[in-house]
Design a binder for this molecule. Structure first.
Ligand code: SER
Length: 878
């Protein structure tokens, strides 16, 4: 039976006994902020054990990917040195949620081990928690094990807990005796740590919830959680006393040995071959689950594992990237049961190779420095802090890698000195930050970043996660708690909320307190006050929140989805613009929101209607093609070499995400749709200039695009209705309408001219001779003030020589105008005349000798004022 068969057999055995097969959950826990990595089969069911979630099924069986490297359960140090410790392993388990308990769990396990796997009974023995008489009785009377085969253990070994808090309970373990040729004693004995007696199955009788204060609360219902290591079972069934000799590791070991041209079965290289095989499994599964090597959190644990593997590769003589060549081997071994491995192999290859190349550059020089420092030490000496720090800081040696290298030489590490230098370096980095002048970020955020570390972004994979509040900031000051109604920023150790960057707006949603009294924080926006510190901005709507509170974080999913469409559409638009307008098109800014996208690009003239239509058509063709979006992670240089469009002036880290949708390929940290078809539809709504040489296109996508078409078509239909026409004939109808307006305007002009002519005639008739000069001083009605000038000009023409004063009133407002033909200017000036007339209607006026205007506020005086003009002329003439 190979490893895959045993896994299969376990699952089908429990399936026969009414269990539902659950898929392995991700190695990055989605529902538990207290965990670094998924470390047991029961993790994904924590809520069901605690009674917080209703289990979907009462009985479940699974094969779960686990990593125990860092955190409470950490096996990293032991790997390669024992027969049975691994960073990555698979845990087979059956679970009962308030269904069966010990009375069924024990006989089921026994039946599987002794019948389905046919392990010899004489090789098996079990342990129970010292005070658990019930389990003891079941093993003795129901299963029929003799008393000397049931060992009571009075220690934590038989009380299992997931972590410092969470579900826990007494347990009973099944052991296999490899026989006296292997060193080691039975459980509970002094040499129990040897490899002779191996625990193969742990049956946990979940009964309590351990709280942060150490108290043990009984669970609402007792439950069952069992865990059997697939690697150990496989070793036993394949007649091996060392897990690494099974088919779960051998293909990796043999391929590594082949690459290094060393003996795969004997000799000095065994430890290194085993470490590489073990670590390769952890590396591949972690990366496949979205962890990337970095200097923080999970990413750093991965980096440590990778670098440890590489160092062992060096010990095998492998100086070129070799882990990357193991990717096909592991995909071949495990890709069937864990399809994510094959699906992510495109990511695995560049990430692993990049990390290998990066570390290779410094590994040899670092090792040399280390060896020299060690050589200078007296026996049992202490390696100084400066060497440790230099190895870490300049040569990329994680401290546990250095520890691992000198481990067997009785050398001590000056950790105090190392920590002191690390603290000083952080201090320097902080000073450099403040002085960088870029964007002046409040010192409080730099301090917080120092104190609480980077926030981990989970939002590529999920919109919901749990986390623990690390800091709260109100009005720029770090505080302990937020009260109801208060506005503030909340920083959590990990978050699914996308923080505004790369043009994509920040997510909004809810944070909900998870224990004790309820509290609700409405997230309005998410931003990065410093590069990897993600802050949720909003207001506390309910309850009270404080630092240390666990919270459930829920992104507004509909909004995020709409942002995704617009972001992916922006990439398609960028690509189409380069196709249609030319390669000179460069992104000059973008805004991706839930309602629309805005894309600025360099180009010197307006896009023609045809060009715009073609851009829109190409985008929609890519949408209809419904191509899958894929994201690769690589170095910026590799990305650009692969043809990805990088944005000038952007700062990229060591690794970049390259988003590919159809023929568009861009460096991008944003969130995207799975397939281009998800965008549905793209509609360009405007194109215009924003600055010299920069154009802006705005577009809407998905349901919004459809809605915008629908609204427009409704307007069109309404317009057609008003025109008594049909939508497809609206333009003709409008043309007819315009034609008619032109005709009517022509007729109106004519009519107006005719009216004006007769008005002039009437005025001319009112003129008389005063002081030998023709005078017209008259009130006009039915004309606009703006027409007065023209009337005066016409009258001047008609008379040839005259003094003309026209007045009109509209409500309280009086307007007067005076005109004098040039020949009369020596005696009469229009400007003076209008001063005289306006003065009499309670206002003033002035102007040139030939034409002047004025106004007043006493319409009742207008007639008298006009009549007085004759006297004024006579006086002037005298
Ligand atoms: N949770 C227990 C363990 O990890 C049994 O599954 O050993």
């Amino acid at each position: 039976m190979n490893g895959n068969d045993i896994r299969e057999r376990f699952l089908t055995f429990f399936q026969r006994h009414d269990h539902i097969i659950a898929a392995s959950s991700s190695l990055v826990p989605r529902n538990d902020p207290t965990l670094l990595f998924t470390n047991a089969g029961m993790n994904q069911f924590k809520g069901a054990f605690l009674g917080e979630e209703r289990p979907l099924w009462p009985r479940v069986v699974s094969a779960q990917k686990c990593v125990r490297a860092g955190g409470k359960h950490n096996d990293l140090e032991n790997v390669g040195r024992t027969a049975r410790h691994h960073t990555f392993f698979e845990m087979l388990g059956n679970f009962s949620f308030a269904d069966y308990f010990k009375e069924r769990a024990i006989p089921l396990a026994w039946e599987f081990v002794t019948q389905d796997l046919a392990l010899p009974v004489e090789r098996l023995l079990v342990t129970v928690y010292a005070s658990d008489d019930e389990a003891y009785e079941i093993w003795h009377t129901v299963v029929g094990l003799p008393k000397e085969k049931i060992i009571r253990i009075d220690s934590n070994d038989n009380f299992w807990s997931m972590g410092p808090v969470g579900p826990c309970g007494p347990c009973s373990e099944i052991f296999y005796d490899h026989g006296p040729h292997i060193a080691g004693g039975p459980p509970g004995s002094a040499d129990a740590d040897g490899d002779r007696f191996v625990e193969i199955w742990n049956l946990v009788f979940m009964q309590f919830d351990r709280r942060a204060d150490g108290s043990m609360m009984p669970l609402p219902q007792p439950c069952i959680d069992t865990g059997a290591g697939l690697e150990r079972l496989t070793a036993i069934l394949q007649g091996k006393s060392n897990n690494f000799d099974t088919d779960l590791f051998q293909p990796l070991i043999r391929e590594t040995a082949r690459l290094a041209a060393v003996d795969a079965e004997h000799g000095e290289h065994m430890v290194s071959l085993r470490v590489v095989a073990d670590h390769m499994r952890a590396i591949s599964f972690l990366i496949a689950d979205g962890v990337l090597p970095s200097n923080e959190g999970r990413g750093y644990v991965l980096r440590r594992i990778m670098r440890r593997a590489m160092r062992h590769g060096r010990m095998l003589g492998l100086t070129e990237p070799f882990l990357v060549h193991l990717v096909p081997v592991i995909c071949q071994m495990m890709g069937n049961f864990y399809p994510e491995l094959t699906a992510q192999s495109k990511v695995l290859v560049p990430v692993i190779e990049n990390e290998e190349r990066r570390f290779a550059a410094t590994l040899d020089s670092g090792l040399k420095i280390l060896e020299e420092a060690v050589a200078r030490l007296p026996a049992a000496g202490q390696l100084d802090g400066l060497t440790l720090f230099t190895l870490y800081d300049t040569y990329g040696f994680p401290i546990d890698l250095t520890a691992d290298i000198v481990r067997d030489r009785g050398i001590d590490l000056d950790m105090d000195g190392f920590n002191q230098l690390m603290a000083e370096q952080r201090q320097r980095a902080r000073a450099a930050w403040v002085g960088s002048g870029d964007e002046k970020v409040a010192a409080v955020f730099h301090q917080l970043r120092e104190q609480v570390g980077a926030s981990e972004f989970l939002g590529y994979e999920t919109e919901q996660a749990q986390g623990v509040i690390q800091a709260i900031v109100v009005n720029g000051v770090a505080v302990e708690r937020l009260q109801v109604g208060e506005e503030g920023m909340v920083i959590v150790n990990q978050t699914p909320f996308y923080a505004e960057s790369g043009g994509q707006v920040g997510d909004s949603g809810m944070l909900r307190k998870q224990s004790g009294e309820s509290a609700l924080f409405a997230v309005r926006d998410t931003r990065k006050p410093v590069s990897d510190l993600l802050a949720h901005y909003g207001a506390l709507q309910e309850g009270m929140l404080q630092v240390g509170d666990p919270v459930l974080m829920q992104v507004d999913g509909a909004r995020r989805q709409s942002i995704r469409l617009h972001h992916s559409a922006t990439h398609l638009l960028h690509h189409a613009l380069r196709q249609v307008v030319g390669d000179h098109v460069k992104q000059a800014g973008s805004l991706v929101g839930p309602q629309r996208l805005r894309f600025d690009f360099t180009h010197f003239s307006a896009l023609s209607a045809e060009a715009l239509a073609e851009v829109e058509r190409q985008c929609n063709a890519a949408i209809l093609a419904n191509v899958a979006q894929s994201t690769l992670i690589m170095t910026p240089a590799a990305a650009v070499a692969a043809g990805a469009v990088a944005l000038f002036g952007e700062k990229y880290g060591d690794e970049v995400r390259v988003v590919q949708i159809g023929s568009s390929m861009e460096l991008c940290g944003g969130t995207h749709v799975e397939r281009s078809g998800d965008i549905g539809l793209l509609r360009i709504v405007s194109e215009g200039a924003v600055a010299a040489g920069v154009r802006r296109i705005e577009a809407v996508c998905g349901a919004l695009a459809r809605e915008s078409y629908r609204e427009e078509s409704m307007v069109l239909r309404e317009a057609a209705g008003m025109l008594k026409s049909r939508p497809d004939q609206v333009t003709q109808a409008v043309e007819r309408l315009l034609e008619r307006i032109r005709t009517l305007e022509g007729s109106l002009e004519k009519a107006k001219a005719a009216v004006a002519g007769s008005v002039l005639d009437g005025l001319v008739a009112q003129s008389r001779m005063v002081a030998g000069v023709r005078l017209l001083a008259a009130r006009v009605v039915g004309v606009e003030v703006r027409d007065l000038r023209e009337m005066v000009d016409r009258l001047k023409e008609r008379f040839g020589s005259a003094v003309i004063v026209l007045g009109m009133s509209e409500g309280e407002k009086v307007s007067v105008i005076a005109g004098v033909t040039t020949d009369l200017h020596v005696r009469f000036k229009a400007g003076e005349l209008i001063g005289f007339v306006a003065g009499r209607v309670g206002g003033k006026g002035g102007g040139r000798p030939d034409m002047a205007m004025g106004g007043g506020s006493r319409p009742e005086q207008l007639a008298e004022a006009l009549a007085a003009v004759a006297e004024w002329m006579e006086e002037k003439a005298a």
